[in-house]
Structures are given as structure tokens and as C-alpha cells.
Design a protein around this ligand. Structure first.
Ligand SMILES: Nc1ncnc2c1ncn2[C@@H]1O[C@H](COP(=O)(O)OP(=O)(O)OP(=O)(O)O)[C@@H](O)[C@H]1O
Ligand SMILES: [Mg+2]
Length: 239
């Protein structure tokens, strides 16, 4: 049984699955499917150039959308500096990724199963003094193949690329990276720098998500015509 969730604006795919915003995440899921024609992209990292671009919001909603399509999904909070997935999904963060990396527990022991049907969440756990070192360890590298035996998708939240090395370290370990770009905020030169940094780390950049795009009212009505849901409080939402 799925838990009752709040923070509606962040987990829009769960609370408002018929909204145009949820539809945008389904388009992302579809595009991920198209990208996977030649390569298998099952372990995926989401990052961006700078703080607050919407990485965690994007990966949480992508995880819900993939789970809603019947995929077995594991979402891990590997932002070991400013973790938020436990807030978005309203679960505790006493133990998580860091405990597992320190060999204190198995991943199964700290997993929050069924936060949404088909979706298992592993929160960050306590914030360590040496996140980059932990994320570059053999223990971390060996986690992904083991998880991919059990899950169709393993999604990883990470800090911004340009701020710390963590995202680049993780990017080299996964099948693909999605870069979030914030509408009217992300600087072109910084996005280019982040891309170069990821490519230098041997990352496979699958694509870019344009977040917080401000849709014109008339475009919005057009989309909503096909998918009206019960609530009308949508004016403050941006995607
Ligand atoms: N599409 C969106 N529409 C409205 N608000 C959004 C959207 N995406 C993100 N936000 C809001 O922007 C803020 C930052 O989002 P989020 O935590 O996902 O960013 P982040 O890139 O993960 O940040 P950090 O760098 O701190 O990890 C949050 O308050 C979130 O609710
Ligand atoms: Mg975040």
C-alpha cells in the first residue's frame, strides 16, 4: 500500500497525474525509452551546474513516473551534502546510503519499500565528512550491478557538477546522466563547463531537462484541455 504523501508541488506526478506537468515527466520517460534503443540506460544520475536547479524534484518525479509504468525502480539519495529526498517522500533519514557504504547494514535494511507502488527509496543517511571519497569507493561501484539485478531502473540524486566532485565521480559509474537546466537561470558557459567536466569523467550524457519553463497561459489551457483533473490550484506551478 502506497504511503500518503504531501508537498504536492514537488511530487506532482503522484498527486496530480493528469496535470500537464505530470505529462511533461511522462514525455521524459518516453524519451528515455527512445534513448535506450541502442544502449541500455538503467542506472541514471541526475545533476546540474548549480544548486537549486531542480535536480531532486526532477529525479523524484522521473522515479514516480517510471514506477507508474510498472517498472521496478530504486531511487537513491547520493547527495550526501544536502539530501532532500526524505523530505519529498516524507520518510525518516536515520539510516541510508552512508550506513550501507560503511558496511554497517545492507541496502535492503535501509530501503523504504513502496513509498509509491513499485518504487523503493534509499535516503542519504547521516552526512559524512568525506562524501567524494565514499562515492568513489569500490563499495559504491559494486552497488550498481547488484541493484540492477533486482530493479529495472536505479536512479541517483547528486549534488551540482560544478560545486563538488561527487556528481562527476558518480557519473562515471552509471549508464547515463541527465542534466537539468533551469529556464532563464542556468548560464550557457556554466552548462558547457559542466558538460565538459562530465565528459572528462567518461560520463554518458543522455539528455537535458529544461526545468521551470514558464508556459504561456494559452499553451497551458491547450494542454489542460486533454487532461483536466479535479484540482484547479495550478497557477503557481512552474515547469
Ligand atoms: N519545475 C518546478 N516547478 C516549481 N518549483 C520547482 C520546480 N523544480 C524545482 N522546484 C523548486 O525549486 C527548489 C529547488 O528544487 P530541488 O531541491 O529539486 O533542486 P536541486 O537542484 O536538487 O537543489 P540542490 O542543488 O540544493 O540539491 C525546491 O523548492 C523545489 O520545490
Ligand atoms: Mg537536490
Amino acid at each position: 500500500m502506497a504511503k500518503k504523501l504531501s508537498r504536492d508541488h514537488e511530487l506532482i506526478t503522484y498527486h496530480r497525474p493528469k496535470s500537464p506537468f505530470a505529462e511533461a515527466y511522462r514525455t521524459l520517460r518516453t524519451n528515455l525509452g527512445f534513448a535506450s534503443v541502442d544502449h541500455s540506460y538503467r542506472s541514471i544520475l541526475v545533476s546540474s551546474t548549480s544548486p537549486q536547479d531542480g535536480k531532486s524534484t526532477t529525479i523524484a518525479n522521473l522515479a514516480v513516473t517510471l514506477a507508474q509504468a510498472g517498472n521496478r525502480v530504486m531511487l537513491l539519495d547520493c547527495d550526501l551534502r544536502k539530501p532532500v529526498l526524505h523530505h519529498i517522500f516524507k520518510v525518516d533519514n536515520h539510516r541510508g546510503v552512508t550506513n550501507c557504504l560503511m558496511h554497517q547494514v545492507t541496502i535492503e535494511e535501509v530501503a523504504h519499500e513502496g513509498v509509491v507502488e513499485n518504487l523503493t527509496l534509499v535516503t542519504s543517511g547521516p552526512i559524512p565528512p568525506n562524501p567524494a571519497e565514499m562515492l568513489g569507493s569500490e563499495r559504491t561501484r559494486s552497488l550498481w550491478p547488484a541493484l540492477l539485478e533486482k530493479y529495472d531502473y536505479v536512479l541517483i540524486d547528486a549534488p551540482p557538477v560544478l560545486a563538488v566532485a561527487d556528481a562527476s565521480i558518480l557519473a562515471s559509474q552509471v549508464d547515463g546522466v541527465i542534466l537539468v537546466v533551469r529556464y532563464a537561470a542556468t548560464r550557457y558557459d556554466l552548462a558547457k563547463k559542466a558538460k565538459e567536466q562530465l565528459l572528462n569523467a567518461n560520463a554518458n550524457i543522455i539528455g537535458v531537462v529544461l526545468n521551470q519553463f514558464k508556459m504561456e497561459a494559452k499553451e497551458y489551457q491547450y494542454y489542460y484541455y486533454y487532461s483536466r483533473d479535479s484540482s484547479s490550484d495550478t497557477s503557481s506551478l512552474k515547469l
